[in-house]
Design a protein around this ligand. Structure first.
Ligand code: AMO
Length: 423
């Protein structure tokens, strides 16, 4: 008779029972009189007393094991499987590039990334991606709770949205097309249909810079909402999204946090805010944008002065923001836009948008850009759009900042950058 498979984490509740486990041989522990097989499945690890003949299977062998759940205070979780029958489902043809069972990852980033199909099995590396997955769940849950509709928009587009410089061009049935740099146009247009929308998906930036915080493909968590007064209504949604993400990480990825040895941050009820002009004054600088060193300094300032790992910088100069940005009333050289810094790194960009058709035509003309390529985009505005705004959050940066990883390549499963197109 077939026994239903149980998970390693379920064993403590099944002492005395006969169960079937399945997973990978994480490690072999040979003691003087007995060898243990430590089996790894999606829930964690389980210790199995190795029967004769199974004691020299190589790590990463895929096994099905049937045995009796027996209390043993020395075993992980206080239980082990005894008297097991072991069935080999798949025997590895090669060994991993490093031992997956040692708690620390003893390899350099290129070794980890080159071997991603197997190295990501390391519990510590897998934990990073469990945190990502829980975060996306939390983002969705928070926005669903606020009446947003999830959308999926094209990733191949006919015009650039976030300035033309870093866009990938490709041949689309003989026409020039681009990989979407963001769902910007589509999410704005969908405000006209749903009022509130969000999307989680890949976006592409032809980033020539080989930095620890830039990828050529990353996962963007986007939202857009109508009937806002100004960018501050958008910032309130950012705060709610962050709170949802932190809550979901704590609830759904608690084990991963333990593996990584990190605590999720507290999201303050009021995230501190600083106007761009004030930030520049404090920095003693006069630039149109924040440099990474400025962001780090401001991150330390927010932590010191407000006890907050998060800081909104508002009012970025219009000339550094895309053409769809809404100016600040009374100070039109500044904008109703913001960045959110998380531990001194830009995590979110957002703001209020132009919403009147004629304002778009004027904004494009002022930038010396023809309206033609944006015809499809502008159509939504020609038919009546409410004041609206939105934001985008970089998932890899979020996970990296949350877990203390300094290179976002570790928080992308298969990162894509100037040098890396495989695996
Ligand atoms: P922006 O271009 O600032 O804004 O991007 C938003 C957020 O995406 C992340 N990010 C990146 N992450 C990894 N690699 C990259 N190359 C990269 N570039 C950006 C950052 C950044 O804060 N349409 C606007 C958003 C909006 O206004 O709604 C946009 O895309 O975390």
């Amino acid at each position: 008779t077939r026994t239903a498979r149980v998970l390693a984490a379920d064993l403590p509740g099944r002492i005395g029972g006969t169960v079937e486990l399945a997973g990978w041989l994480h490690r072999r522990r040979a003691l003087k009189s007995v060898t243990f097989l430590v089996l790894r499945d999606r829930s964690g690890l389980a210790q199995v007393v190795a029967p004769a003949g199974a004691a020299d299977l190589p790590e990463e062998t895929v096994l099905r094991v049937r045995g009796t759940v027996t209390a043993n205070p020395q075993a992980p979780n206080g239980v082990e499987l005894t008297g097991p029958a072991v069935e080999v489902l798949s025997r590895p043809a090669a060994a991993p590039p490093f031992d997956l069972f040692r708690p620390a990852v003893p390899a350099s980033l290129p070794v980890i990334l080159d071997g991603a199909p197997v190295t990501l099995r390391h519990p510590r590396l897998a934990a990073l991606h469990r945190v990502s997955a829980a975060s996306v769940h939390g983002f969705r849950a928070a926005l669903d709770g606020l009446g947003f509709t999830e959308i999926h928009t094209p990733k191949v587009v006919s015009s650039a949205t976030e300035s033309g410089a870093n866009v990938f061009a490709l041949d689309w049935f003989g026409r020039e097309a681009y990989l979407a740099q963001s769902p910007q146009f589509f999410k704005q247009a969908m405000v006209g249909v749903f009022e509130r929308v969000y999307e989680t998906g890949p976006v592409f930036r032809a980033e020539p810079h080989d930095t620890a915080r830039h990828l050529a493909q990353y996962t963007s968590l986007d939202a857009e909402l109508g009937f806002v007064t100004d960018h501050r209504d958008v910032m309130a949604v950012v705060r709610a999204a962050l709170a949802g993400m932190v809550a979901a990480v704590a609830e759904r990825a608690g084990d991963a946090l333990t593996t990584l040895g990190v605590e999720p941050p507290a999201v303050p009820a009021e995230i501190p805010q600083l106007h761009f002009a004030e930030a520049m004054r404090m920095l003693g600088a006069d630039e149109p944008d924040l440099a990474p060193a400025h962001e780090r300094w401001l991150g330390e300032w927010a932590l010191r002065e407000h006890g907050s790992p998060f800081l909104f910088v508002t009012g970025y100069p219009m000339r550094k923001r895309p053409f769809y940005t809404h100016p600040e009333p009374g100070r039109p050289e500044y904008s109703n836009s913001f960045d959110l810094l998380f531990r001194g790194l830009e995590l979110v960009t957002g703001g209020q948008r132009l919403h009147r058709y004629e304002d778009y035509l004027a904004a494009l003309a002022a930038r010396g850009e023809p309206a033609g390529p944006y015809e499809g985009y502008l159509r939504a505005f020609a038919h009546g759009m409410p004041p609206h705004g939105g934001f985008a959050l970089g998932l890899e940066r979020w996970t990296a900042r949350l877990t203390g990883e300094d290179n976002i390549r570790r928080t992308a499963l298969f990162p894509r950058d100037v040098h890396r197109l495989t695996p």
